[in-house]
Write a protein that binds this ligand. Sequence first.
Ligand SMILES: [Fe+2]
Length: 259
Amino acid sequence: MAFTLSPLPYAADALEPHIDKQTMEIHHGKHHQAYVDNLNKAIAGSENENKSLEDLVANAGKISPAVRNNGGGHWNHTFFWDSLAANAGGKPSGKLADAINSAFGSFEAFQEKFNTAGTTRFGSGWAWLIVKDGKLEISSTPNQDNPLMDVAEVKGTPILGVDVWEHAYYLKYQNKRPDYLKAIWNVINWKKVAERFEKWLQQRGMPCPPGLTWRRHLPQSDMNQAVAFAQLYDAARFGRQDDALPELRKLLRELEQQS
Ligand SMILES: [Fe+2]
């Protein structure tokens, strides 16, 4: 089934004065629409035609450059529109605020690091706040890649993504990407970001992959093995690494032989 472009979750002028109406109209109606159209063309008549967007994105590097660019473009922009809201901004609260303080020292230090990631991404790309191995991290990706992709240098679960392509800011901010990144904090939808973080926290309590028992197999004596186990376990549970489950089983066999 072909993918379609959903309407923006707010009016095109809702984010004024921080993001102008014309930019939103072109960004959503032309750029995002083009990613959707080109993704549909790239998968038409192929075995990928009925796969979910999440599945296409997770395997983008193995499928094709067209699916990587346009599947990523569709996923990233859908995620981006939801990351913004009118009358938003401010600071997060609750568990998300605690996690940000714990990972970066303070909200201000987090913002600075995030803006640096966005500003220093050469050419076009994205800045991300992700959960990786149980901790919040900042990363950036080129073009329309994202941290869910098999090709991502830094993999994780995104909870906030900001578009740093020129098409996201040029009409209002021209070449001044730092000014756009400074303004965007006024429209970040922290309620949505916190929801995504909560979802991740709930998934964390998911049962072990079939046939594995965390408590029974957790190595007690060797810290390096325990860390390797925990990382593979996490990757297997969230489907972030194709060979995580076989690797985990291999490690378990070695541990059982040792015990
Ligand atoms: Fe964009």
